[in-house]
Design a protein around this ligand. Structure first.
Ligand code: HPA
Length: 273
């Protein structure tokens, strides 16, 4: 399927600017200070971090496509935080495996930057390589390994990715819950889950978490100058670590079970940022 942003003659940053202008107009919020992408299991955080002042169906905003997945909310919310600042909550993630191109994957992040956000919070549901994370651990992403063989950067655009996942923001998260673990996120293309051999490869490479989002978004967020907080909900142990087959139903169920707990955690973290 073709996507607006697939057109090489289109400048993706201009489309992001247009999207941000539309969001400003529709929401009445001039500047969003922080943006959050809420993945599987994290959606309820939107209700806890503050007062929703506007909710826009993502499909009304240029460059956003319908989410491919049930369980992913397709809306863009403006939320007034207790500290008076505004958060932009993006419930419409485009995954790389949807084949809309990498520009579409990172459009929400670029839009958030154009809407004024200096901090990008990226959350996801993912598989855990460490057995101790069974049962729905929330893990801070400390770094990533990008196995998509793609990049949102175009041309000779050499962006530094040292401390991509802000040590400052991870430290803030730990003031809310000192027991939070950290891990290296490995993005695979998907949509198939990994084979047990691929999970072992990821482990040997230094990975702790396997998933199908976030790394490409983080690169684009860094390019746009934002500070990044990444968090994974471990919805299952990765293939082969867990002895039973993986299923999307299991991932959704684990997300639902963890939702209240991790949403409260995320709301408390956002309050401190
Ligand atoms: N692998 C990749 N993506 C995932 C997983 C997994 O095990 N669980 C949830 N999303």
């Amino acid at each position: 399927m073709t996507h607006l942003l697939d057109d090489e003659t289109i400048n993706p940053f201009e489309i992001a600017q247009k999207a941000a202008d539309q969001i400003r107009k529709l929401s009445g919020v001039g500047t969003h200070h922080i943006a959050l992408t809420l993945g599987s299991g994290w959606a309820k955080a939107a209700d806890l971090i503050g007062e929703t002042v506007s909710e826009i169906p993502a499909t009304e905003v240029i460059g956003f496509s319908k989410p491919a997945l049930a369980g992913h909310v397709g809306s863009i919310r403006s939320i007034k935080l207790p500290n008076g600042k505004f958060a932009l909550v993006i419930g419409a993630r485009t995954h790389f495996y949807e084949n809309h191109g990498v520009r579409a994957v990172v459009h929400s992040v670029r839009t958030a930057a154009k809407a004024g956000a200096k901090v990008m919070v990226l959350t996801n549901g993912a598989g855990g390589i460490k057995p101790k994370w069974a049962g729905g651990a929330a893990v801070l992403i400390s770094d990533h390994i990008n196995l998509t063989a793609s990049s949102p950067l175009e041309g000779a655009n050499f962006i530094d990715l040292t401390d991509l996942y802000s040590a400052r923001l991870r430290a803030i998260a730990k003031t809310v819950d000192s027991s939070l673990d950290e891990g290296v996120y490995v993005q695979f293309r998907g949509p198939h889950y990994e084979t047990p051999a691929e999970v072992q490869m990821a482990k040997i490479m230094g990975g702790d978490i396997v998933g199908m989002s976030t790394a490409l978004e983080a690169i684009a967020a860094r390019e746009s100058g934002m500070e990044i907080l990444g968090m994974s909900l471990i919805t299952n142990l990765a293939a082969g670590i867990q002895k039973t087959p993986l299923s999307h139903a299991e991932v959704i169920e684990a997300g639902q079970q963890a939702e209240a707990r991790i949403s409260k955690l995320l709301a408390e973290i956002v309050d401190k940022i």
